[in-house]
Design a protein around this ligand. Structure first.
Ligand SMILES: Cc1cc2nc3c(=O)[nH]c(=O)nc-3n(C[C@H](O)[C@H](O)[C@H](O)COP(=O)(O)OP(=O)(O)OC[C@H]3O[C@@H](n4cnc5c(N)ncnc54)[C@H](O)[C@@H]3O)c2cc1C
Length: 370
């Protein structure tokens, strides 16, 4: 009989795990059911950037995970035959106003390149060079171009991965589920026993683990972004992503679509209402770089809930007291970068067994679960 596996959560972790469970050797011996109610999903709200190499975060394990995550995505894009609407290596430009900061970042880029060839080419650009690569800008600043950087449409990615897995061994149920005290899944159709469960529920992890007596150090953070129409630039599909100082990024998606995001609201909990204040704030940031944008340029607003841990790092692995359950959460603001690798690691350990040592990627699970 086929081994029965469930996945709770169809964001980037759950969808990547499902994809690898359907495509890694041995995966076809499994029958996989994914439960997802989709509400608040960070992945669907995120139109993101993959460019971890110049991050100044000191957490070495996070850097290793994000760097290998970016490489995993490059391989996944080829393997899953993803179109450039979903994933495109357009490169990223990181700008700085202060000359010394720019120089320091360039030195860091060259150092990091030695251990991360997938960064691709690194170039120091003047403001005029930046304008040439991103003609949308009216107020360009000098920056560093990294050719390995990419942009990614989170919603389109998970939709594509789930569709591919459904052709092999996956069945998707669009509903909210919970656990009983024994770790069985309770759904609208009753109680279900699975041989293994991957819990990829983002910030809703605490609620799910409550019946098992486990508390997760994960909190929700609201994130909002805006989509704008820039019709004058319809034909320029391959512009790099712009990452200026601060938290606001500028993502040209081609076909006249521009995305600017995102906000980081720690007070709003699981609230999914787009606020006019956040929209104005994002528009203000966008106008610093392209002063012709107006409220009328906004075509869509998206909101999602990120999951954060106290040390801002993700965690994943097998639960000590419930070894048939595997968990991943806390991907924060870089989950599109780290999620596919986490999904692949979890799928691999489920197919091939064993307790792998992931200490180069993360701290012990007991740091996050009690
Ligand atoms: C606005 C915004 C912009 C972002 N930009 C970037 C970026 O540029 N680069 C980057 O790398 N990252 C970015 N991120 C972060 C990234 O999107 C997240 O870290 C990542 O998507 C989290 O993936 P996940 O699979 O862990 O969780 P999610 O995508 O949140 O998925 C969890 C899923 O589980 C479901 N679920 C939960 N509980 C249950 C239950 N009991 N039953 C059924 N289903 C359940 C939820 O409904 C949800 O669909 C951004 C996030 C936001 C919000």
């Amino acid at each position: 009989m086929k081994k029965k596996v469930a996945i709770i959560g169809g964001g980037i972790v759950g969808a990547s795990a499902a994809y690898y469970l359907s495509s890694l050797p041995g995966g076809n011996q499994l029958s996989v059911t994914l439960f997802d109610d989709g509400s608040g999903q960070a992945t669907k709200a995120a139109a993101g950037i993959i460019s971890p190499w110049l991050s100044k975060r000191r957490n070495q394990q996070w850097y290793q995970l994000a760097k290998d995550g970016a490489t995993t995505l490059m391989t996944l894009a080829r393997r899953a035959n993803l179109s450039t609407d979903i994933y495109d290596q357009t490169g990223t430009i990181i700008t700085r106003t202060n000359e010394k900061d720019l120089h320091d970042l360039y030195v860091l880029a060259q150092e990091r390149h030695e251990d991360a060839p997938d960064m691709g080419d690194v170039e120091l650009l003047t403001a005029a060079d930046v304008k040439e690569r991103i003609p949308l800008l009216t107020n360009p600043q000098p920056g560093i171009y990294v050719s390995g950087g990419a942009r990614i449409d989170g919603e389109a990615l998970v939709t594509n991965l789930l569709k591919q897995a459904e052709r092999v061994n996956l069945s998707v149920k669009h509903e909210r589920v919970s656990f009983d005290k024994q770790g069985n899944i309770l759904s609208s159709t009753g109680t279900h026993k699975f041989d293994n469960v991957i819990i990829a529920a983002g910030p809703w992890l605490n609620e799910l683990l409550k019946p098992l007596g486990i508390k997760a150090a994960v909190r929700p953070q609201k994130g909002q972004l805006i989509e704008l129409a820039v019709p004058n630039y319809e034909s320029q599909e391959n512009m790099p992503v712009l990452m200026p100082e601060g938290e606001r990024d500028f993502i040209p998606f081609g076909n006249g679509k521009l995305i600017v995001g995102a906000t980081h609201d720690d007070e709003a909990g699981f609230n999914l209402t787009a606020t006019p204040e956040a929209t104005q704030d994002l528009l203000g940031s966008a106008r610093q770089f392209a002063d012709y944008l107006t409220e009328d340029s906004i075509t869509r607003t998206k909101v999602g809930t990120r999951a954060y841990t106290p040390d801002f790092a993700p965690f994943f692995g097998r639960l000590n007291n419930y070894p048939k359950l595997l968990v991943a959460s806390g991907l924060g603001a870089s989950g599109l970068t780290t999620g596919p690798l986490i999904g692949r690691l979890l799928a691999g350990t489920l197919i091939y067994g064993g307790t792998p040592d992931w200490s180069n990627y993360e701290k012990p699970l007991t740091n996050y679960l009690s």
